[in-house]
Design a protein. Structure first.
Length: 111
């Protein structure tokens, strides 16, 4: 008597689903291997004066990420949409602090 797994393996639909699963898994692995770097997508929301230096600086709002692939392609994932024709500015992500004290300050909002 055949087991349920053996019966499924002989069915055409099961074989097609397995091929689709294998093909999809290979595509996902290829996409992750092609990813070269990511950048933060931000917009300028206003200006302020720095208390310490007295210089005018811009305030930014993160709205998504830009993914850059080795083959030259790019993909933009937006979490919010800019209004009134605002420019989207791309910056590399800031490195996270290495030591414990800096990491604690980073988590407490002191950046």
């Amino acid at each position: 008597m055949k087991t349920s797994k053996q019966i499924l393996e002989n069915m055409t639909l099961y074989k097609q689903l397995q091929k689709y699963k294998d093909r999809t898994m290979n595509q996902q692995q290829n996409q992750t291997n092609q990813l070269q770097k990511t950048m933060n997508a931000t917009i300028v929301t206003g200006e302020y004066t720095d208390r310490q230096t007295g210089q005018k600086k811009k305030s930014y709002l993160p709205i998504g990420k830009l993914f850059i692939y080795n083959d030259g392609g790019m993909s933009l994932k937006l979490d919010a949409l800019p209004l009134h024709g605002q420019n989207i500015v791309f910056y590399p992500p800031k490195p996270k602090p290495q030591n414990q004290q800096a990491n604690q300050n980073y988590n407490n909002g002191y950046r």
